[in-house]
Design a protein around this ligand. Structure first.
Ligand code: ZN
Length: 147
């Protein structure tokens, strides 16, 4: 899934769950959970090449943080939210680091991550699940920041 989607999910988890350890852990679980839904990604079909789209991935992450920031404002600095976002992106961060360092991705961690993916090249279809996550996250941001 897009880093923006994982980031919004992690920020929403950190908003609802005030304990940094649990928001980190649930953020991490949300990553694998969300990756099992049909989704479009920036690097569909490009995953095993050496040309990892670093700039695109950073922009993708930046968009997620930007939208979280719009709704959460200074609350984004809460530990639970920072760690929720971190946990929700961690599998892809590790994957990107391994690509950067040209380490082989042959262990169970990478195999599991690859196996659960349901990527599609159809952008519209692949955005449905992600738009649902964005909307849910924004509803949570609005609900909790006014409560
Ligand atoms: Zn992933």
């Amino acid at each position: 899934m897009l880093a923006a989607t994982h980031t919004l999910a992690g920020a929403a988890i950190g908003t609802v769950i005030p304990h940094p350890f649990f928001s980190f852990f649930l953020g991490l679980l949300s990553h694998y959970f969300l990756d099992t839904f049909p989704h479009w990604n920036l690097y569909v079909g490009n995953n095993n090449k050496n040309s990892f789209p670093y700039f695109g991935a950073l922009a993708d992450l930046g968009i997620g943080i930007f939208f979280s920031l719009i709704f959460l404002r200074e609350n984004i600095l809460q530990f639970s939210i920072i760690l929720g976002i971190f946990g929700a992106n961690l599998p892809d961060i590790i994957s990107a680091l391994w690509s950067m360092l040209r380490f082989p991705k042959k262990n169970i961690f990478f195999r599991f991550h690859r196996k659960i993916q349901k990527e599609t090249q159809n952008i519209a279809y692949g955005l449905i699940s992600q738009i649902i996550v964005w909307v849910l996250a924004i509803i949570i941001f609005i609900f909790y920041s006014n409560g």
